[in-house]
Design a protein around this ligand. Structure first.
Ligand code: MG
Length: 451
C-alpha cells in the first residue's frame, strides 16, 4: 500500500498534470468518489488543456462502480453546484485548479446539497482511495453516461431571477469583463447581456494555456482590465478566476478593489435591507466587513479559514451573506457556495441603486493591514502557537483558527498555513504604523521561538 499522503487540501485535490495528477490517479479518484457518493454524479470542468483527459479518466472510474454520470461540459464551479443542488444527484465533481498556473489541475468534490464537500466527506473518499475497497459493478450494472448542455443557461437564468434585473437594465451599464480564459467564458458575457449590460470582453475565449494572464485575479494580472475600464469609460470592470467561483471588481476610475472591500460593500447593502442579520467570515477577514455592517446592526460571526466551513456556518446561523477576502462571496439567496456570477450581478444591482462604485467603496471604513510569513520547516505549528501565547500580551485571545490576539489598536492573527510549512502573520489597525508594528513584533516572537 502506498504511503498515505493527504490528498485533499483547502480546495480539493490539486497537482501538476501528468506528474502528480495523472489519468491513472484520477481514474482511482473516480472509483473512490463513485463508491462513496454512490448513485448519480454530475461532472464538469474548467478550460484547462488537461480537462478532457482527466475528466474521461474520472468518469471511467465512477462508471465502474455502478454510479451514473451526467457530463455538464465546461462551466463555472458554482454552475455545477447549482445543478447538483437542484437535481437528483448524489454528488458532483469539478475538474479544476481554480486560480493555479496552467500546468496544474485538480478534483473537487461537491456534496449532494451543492456545497463543497466537508472534511468528513473528503476523508471518506480519501480512505476509499487508499484502501482500494471500491464498489465494482457487474458487466450489466455499469453506470450510464449522459451529457447535458443546459447548465450554463439555467445558471444564468437563476442569477437573473435573484437580482433586480429591471433596475440594472435601466442603467444601461458598460462593463469590461475579463474571464481569465477560464470557465466563465460560457456564462459571464451572456449573464451581463441578459442584464442589459454593454459588454466589452478581455481574455474571454476558452484557452487553458491562459495566454492573457494567469487565472488568479491579482492587481498585476488585471492591469489590462483596469486600463481598459478607464479608456472606454466603463462603469466597472469584472474579473473571474479560472473556475469563476470568485469575482473581483475594478471601479470606474480604474482602481482595483481588494476582495474584502467588495465583500464588505455587498454585505452592507444586503444588511441595509435586512437589519440586524448575520454575516459569516473567516477569522482572517479584515474588520471592514464587521464595521460596515454594524451601521445596520449587522452581526459578524467568525469561523476557521476555508469556504466550506463558512458556508456550513451560514446555514447554521441563518446568515444573509458570507465569504472570503479573495473575492469569494456566498449569497444564500442563490446557494451556499462562492459564486462569481451571483457576486457580479449583485454588485451591478447595488451600483444601479446607489452607485457609482468608486464612491460606494470610498464610503467604507478604512483599515490598514500588513501580511508577513515565516518558514517553519518541520517545526510543530501547535508548539509555536503555544510559545506565541506565552510571549505575547493581548487584551483578548481568539483561538478559532491559529491565535488571534486583540491589541489596543487592532489585532494580529498568527496562523499556520494549511498547505505549506509556513506561519502566517496578519496584522490590522486603523493606524497604518500600528499594523506594521504589530506584524513585525509578532514575526520577531515567532522567529525567536524557532531558534
Ligand atoms: Mg476558484
Amino acid at each position: 500500500m502506498p504511503e498515505r499522503k493527504k490528498l485533499f487540501g483547502t480546495n480539493g485535490v490539486r497537482g501538476v498534470v501528468n506528474e502528480f495528477l495523472t489519468p491513472d490517479f484520477v481514474l482511482k479518484m473516480g472509483k473512490a468518489i463513485g463508491t462513496e457518493m454512490h448513485g448519480n454524479i454530475a461532472v464538469a470542468t474548467d478550460t484547462r488543456t488537461s480537462n478532457v483527459m482527466l475528466k474521461d479518466a474520472l468518469i471511467a472510474g465512477i462508471l465502474s462502480t455502478g454510479s451514473s454520470v451526467v457530463d455538464l461540459g465546461v462551466i463555472p464551479t458554482p454552475a455545477l453546484q447549482l445543478r447538483v443542488k437542484s437535481g437528483s444527484f448524489t454528488g458532483g465533481v469539478m475538474v479544476t485548479a481554480s486560480h493555479n498556473p496552467p500546468q496544474f489541475n485538480g478534483v473537487k468534490a461537491i456534496a449532494p446539497d451543492g456545497t463543497e464537500a466537508s472534511k468528513d466527506e473528503e476523508d471518506r473518499i480519501e480512505d476509499a482511495f487508499y484502501r482500494e475497497n471500491f464498489k465494482v459493478a457487474e458487466w450489466n450494472g455499469i453506470g450510464m453516461l449522459s451529457a447535458r448542455h443546459d447548465a450554463a443557461d439555467s445558471y444564468i437564468r437563476a442569477i437573473v431571477e435573484r437580482v433586480d434585473a429591471e433596475a440594472i437594465r435601466e442603467r444601461k451599464f458598460t462593463v469590461v469583463l475579463d474571464c481569465s480564459n477560464g470557465a466563465s467564458v460560457y456564462t459571464a458575457p451572456y449573464l451581463l447581456e441578459a442584464l442589459g449590460v454593454r459588454v466589452i470582453t478581455l481574455n474571454s475565449q476558452p484557452q487553458g494555456s491562459f495566454p492573457g494572464h494567469e487565472s488568479e485575479p491579482t492587481p498585476e494580472n488585471l492591469r489590462d482590465l483596469a486600463k481598459t475600464v478607464k479608456n472606454v469609460g466603463a462603469d466597472m470592470g469584472i474579473a473571474h478566476d479560472g473556475d469563476a467561483d470568485r469575482a473581483v471588481f475594478i471601479d470606474e476610475r480604474g482602481r482595483y478593489i481588494p476582495g474584502e472591500l467588495s465583500l464588505a460593500l455587498i454585505a452592507r447593502e444586503i444588511i441595509r435591507n435586512r437589519k440586524g442579520t448575520i454575516a459569516v467570515v473567516p477569522v482572517s477577514t479584515p474588520s471592514v466587513v464587521e464595521e460596515a455592517i454594524r451601521e445596520f446592526d449587522g452581526r459578524t460571526v467568525y469561523t476557521r479559514v476555508g469556504s466550506p466551513v463558512v458556508a456550513r456556518k451560514m446555514m447554521e446561523v441563518s446568515a444573509v451573506i458570507g465569504g472570503e477576502e479573495n473575492g469569494g462571496i456566498i449569497n444564500p439567496r442563490m446557494q451556499y457556495c462562492r459564486d462569481g456570477g451571483m457576486a457580479a450581478a449583485k454588485m451591478l444591482e447595488i451600483v444601479a441603486e446607489r452607485g457609482p462604485l468608486s464612491s460606494l467603496i470610498d464610503s467604507l471604513p478604512r483599515f490598514y493591514t500588513v501580511k508577513l510569513k515565516v518558514e517553519i520547516g518541520d517545526r510543530n505549528p501547535a508548539e509555536i502557537l503555544q510559545g506565541v501565547r506565552r510571549e505575547a500580551s493581548a487584551v483578548r485571545i481568539d483561538e478559532t483558527d491559529g491565535l488571534k490576539l486583540f491589541l489596543d489598536e487592532g489585532w494580529v492573527l498568527v496562523r499556520p498555513s494549511g498547505t505549506e510549512p509556513l506561519m502566517r502573520i496578519f496584522a490590522e489597525s486603523r493606524i497604518e504604523k500600528n499594523a506594521r508594528k504589530y506584524a513585525e513584533d509578532h514575526l520577531k516572537i515567532v522567529k525567536s521561538l524557532l531558534r
